[in-house]
Design a protein around this ligand. Structure first.
Ligand SMILES: Cc1cc2nc3c(=O)[nH]c(=O)nc-3n(C[C@H](O)[C@H](O)[C@H](O)COP(=O)(O)OP(=O)(O)OC[C@H]3O[C@@H](n4cnc5c(N)ncnc54)[C@H](O)[C@@H]3O)c2cc1C
Length: 418
């Protein structure tokens, strides 16, 4: 009997995880990625959770010391640079690039097609056909939409459902460890640091370096700074290039106007602890990502399954997008072992829908609620929207893995077999 064939759209972490796990479940899997070149470090620090490590181990990837930077302390800085709270923690910060290489390197290149941009798909009782921008068509038994928060696959089935803007952006920088002044490096480098300007949230931590190294001296320092940006004026202004062209709700980093970069650096000097502001100001190319979330009515459409950010987008405070993609991929691969694909995909949807939905809800709580509420008049805010307490912020961060596990338990408890 021929192996069943999965077409996986999107060659980032979700697509690679699905490909490895489907292959272990007896499928032949091919990944189609729209970028013309192999993806490289996107500069993102990624928090890890036990579920992600367990799934990587199933694929044969040992999460050893080379995969991330271990941290044991959280520091909270005030604007003057004084530490006003110190807490213990246990976490390993990996990076998008490090995880990508660990999944991409063992995957055969003939089953990873670059420059393959899906434009639409067609399906019938026997199979599904992917149609690409260059006119080529490929047939399979299952199509996995792992094509991210702006999924083309999802768009075909749910054209009216759009990701919802949360009212704030995440400014991000990454600076090589060697470029961090030694006194600041000694104070900050092994820790997870917070700064809480009114209405904003600034986080900073070490991650594997630009070439994915985790040795001392070769790591990098990663900053994520959440700032409100109203969708009518501030966001369009941030997304307008030097020629006056507005790129919508996001803009490629090199096109961010010099005056916007100068302003964010000046704001860092004015609002953030000087040690952290210094690192922020030294990074060559600050860039921002608008924060969206998304919850679909379904994640399975015939022979098509959505996975990772293509299915649900939870706000990044949850710190679990990659672990969610891994859990989606594991559930899908298990469900795909059955010969009755319709039943298998129904099982996948029933397992992973409540999980994705629970993570979206979690991301809207606490910090998510507080940051979104900054665009409302103060008298209209209530509960978590109104005030925040540094202890609550720290607890929310320290218990990320517990929160994820609780959402997963609740989702599994809600599961009813098809
Ligand atoms: C500020 C911020 C911080 C974050 N921090 C964390 C964290 O600490 N921990 C964590 O786990 N997660 C974090 N995340 C979330 C995490 O980055 C995502 O959840 C994760 O990358 C989703 O992976 P994915 O493979 O589903 O989608 P993506 O990584 O978006 O990949 C989609 C892929 O599909 C390709 N593609 C798109 N359309 C097509 C098409 N038509 N044809 C072919 N290919 C296509 C794209 O080129 C891309 O390579 C963070 C996100 C943000 C914004």
């Amino acid at each position: 009997m021929r192996a069943r064939r999965a077409l996986i759209i999107g060659g980032s972490l979700g697509g690679l995880l699905a490909a490895h796990l489907l292959r272990r479940a007896g499928w032949e899997a091919t990944i189609f990625e729209r970028n013309p070149d192999d993806l490289t470090g996107r500069g993102a620090g990624i928090s890890t959770h036990p579920q992600l490590l367990e799934i990587l181990a199933r694929i044969g990837i040992d999460f050893d010391e080379s995969m991330g930077v271990k941290l044991d302390t959280i520091l909270c800085f005030d604007q003057s640079g004084r530490i006003y709270l110190k807490e213990t923690t246990r976490r390993t910060m990996s990076s998008w690039g490090r995880l990508y290489r660990s999944l991409r390197d063992p995957w055969p290149s003939e089953n990873y097609r670059l420059d393959a941009s899906l434009i639409r798909l067609e399906q019938d009782a026997e199979g599904v056909t992917a149609v690409f921008a260059d006119g080529t068509r490929t047939r399979g038994d299952l199509l996995v939409g792992a094509d991210g928060g702006r999924s083309t696959v999802r768009e075909q089935f749910l054209p009216e459902r759009k990701p919802q803007y949360a009212g704030y952006v995440a400014w991000r920088v990454m600076l090589a460890e060697s470029e961090v002044p030694p006194d600041i490096r000694a104070q900050l480098f092994e820790q997870y640091s917070f700064c809480l300007p009114e209405g904003e949230l600034f986080l900073a931590y070490p991650v594997p370096g630009f070439n994915n190294e985790t040795q001392v001296g070769r790591r990098a320092y990663n900053i994520v700074w959440y700032r409100p940006a109203d969708p009518e004026r501030t966001l369009p202004d941030l997304c307008t290039d030097a020629g006056g062209h507005c790129h919508g709700t996001t803009i490629a980093p090199p096109l961010i106007r010099p005056d916007v970069v100068a302003r964010i650096r000046a704001d860092a000097r004015a609002l953030i602890a000087p040690q952290l502001a210094e690192i922020f100001a030294r990074a060559k190319q600050p860039f921002f990502q608008p924060i969206f979330d998304f919850e679909p009515p379904r994640i399975v459409f015939g022979r098509v399954a959505l996975l990772g950010d293509a299915a649900f987008v939870a706000r990044p405070h949850v710190g679990a997008g990659v672990t969610k993609a891994a859990l989606d991929a594991a559930s899908l691969a298990e469900a795909a072992r059955t010969d009755d694909m319709a039943a298998g995909l129904l099982r996948y949807e029933r397992e992973q829908y409540p999980f994705g939905s629970g993570l979206v809800a979690l991301g809207r709580k606490q910090e998510g609620a507080y940051l979104s509420a900054q665009l409302k008049p103060r008298e209209e805010r209530s509960g978590a929207e109104l005030e925040r307490d540094i202890n609550d912020v720290i607890i929310f961060h320290k218990t990320r893995s517990d929160n994820l596990r609780n959402v997963l338990f609740a989702a599994r408890a809600a599961y009813t077999s098809p």
